[in-house]
Design a protein around this ligand. Structure first.
Ligand SMILES: NC(=O)c1ccc[n+]([C@@H]2O[C@H](COP(=O)([O-])OP(=O)(O)OC[C@H]3O[C@@H](n4cnc5c(N)ncnc54)[C@H](OP(=O)(O)O)[C@@H]3O)[C@@H](O)[C@H]2O)c1
Length: 302
């Protein structure tokens, strides 16, 4: 089977490798993509096609693994390209958006499967969860048989997998945002060292210092994606008339972090990053390469 991968990012590449190992021919569309995406796609042995339209013509299935703020637009482009087949959207996205896309696709005879990935890209025998919902979810699960993606079919209703992802993300990423905030406040008030010492000593603390450092360093380069995900979660909470302050606060914190990362690249100041123990631009490179190597265990919010 020919499967189109939109697009070979960090997680998309891992998904494509799993599909390839299961016997699928994996294609990617190079138009508008960066050099980094090309490097990942080439290393993984994915087959290049020039455009998304070519990919829609040649593939019986498409797998989308995109940043939250990109997947709706890309789904619209796939619809416009007259794709016919199965479409798995495994991006972190709002459940409402998933249902909307499923309806639009169904009208055109495309089977939409809602997917949610919880865990890091697969590395050396690691396991990551892939939740699936939709009428052809069982069939899609078979594509991943024998891979590090442990699939679970959540039923026939698209949106269910995305709901689960949002519930998990708000806990993990809001906690991460709180870590940043606690450290920044401590830094401003001159008690950062004491706070870290307290966390190290207090066996009952919710914070393990080693884990905190690992999470802060590895997740900082993902701040723009995390901010978009938190904005989606805030909208989900608002639609249910639930308090959305936690998601909105985390969104703002990740937006600040993204601005500081750009400032670090430009040689500027980054108080929030520094409070989190991020000394400077060199560290960004180290953290990015750590991200490319994948995380160890489940310490990183995904
Ligand atoms: N990485 C993880 O550990 C992890 C874990 C669980 C779930 N996920 C989910 O997986 C999805 C992808 O994450 P990732 O870490 O793989 O992201 P990533 O490494 O940043 O890759 C994103 C890919 O999408 C492409 N892209 C970005 N913006 C686009 C746009 N507007 N239109 C079309 N293509 C676009 C990028 O291409 P260019 O850069 O070439 O433009 C890149 O190939 C997210 O929904 C995330 O929540 C990731």
């Amino acid at each position: 089977m020919n499967i189109g991968l939109l697009h070979p990012g960090e997680m998309g590449t891992s998904v494509g490798e799993a599909l390839q190992a299961g016997g699928a021919r994996v294609f990617w569309a190079s138009e508008f993509r960066s050099a980094a995406t090309r490097v990942r796609a080439t290393r993984a042995g994915f087959r290049e096609l020039p455009t998304l339209v070519d990919l829609c013509r040649q593939c019986q299935a498409i797998v989308s693994v995109l940043p939250p703020d990109a997947c709706a637009d890309v789904a619209t482009q796939v619809l416009a390209a007259n794709f016919r087949g199965v479409y798995l959207d495994a991006s972190a996205k709002a459940p409402d958006q998933s249902r909307q896309t499923a309806r639009a696709f169904r009208r055109e005879g495309i089977d939409f499967v809602d997917g949610a990935i919880i865990g890091p890209p697969i590395r050396a025998g690691s396991i990551t969860q892939l939740y699936l919902a939709g009428s052809r979810a069982g069939e899609v699960a078979h594509w991943f048989a024998g891979s590090g993606f442990r699939t679970q079919v959540m039923g026939g209703q698209p949106g269910t997998a995305s709901v689960l992802k949002q519930c998990d993300s708000i806990v993990n990423k809001a906690f991460l945002a709180l870590l940043y905030q606690g450290l920044e406040l401590a830094e401003r008030q001159g008690v950062r060292a004491q706070l870290l010492a307290h966390w190290s000593r207090d066996a009952g603390s919710a914070v393990s210092v080693a884990l905190a450092h690992q999470r802060l360093r590895r997740s900082a380069p993902k701040a723009p994606r995390f901010a978009a995900e938190m904005a989606d979660i805030a909208r989900t909470l608002q639609a249910l008339q639930l308090p959305d302050a936690s998601a909105t606060a985390a969104q703002h914190l990740f937006q600040r972090l993204a601005v500081e990362l750009d400032a670090v690249d430009a040689g500027g100041d980054a108080p929030l990053l520094k409070a989190a123990g991020w000394p400077g631009a060199d560290d960004r490179g180290q953290a990015q390469s750590a991200g490319q190597q994948g995380s160890q265990g489940s310490a990183d919010p995904a």
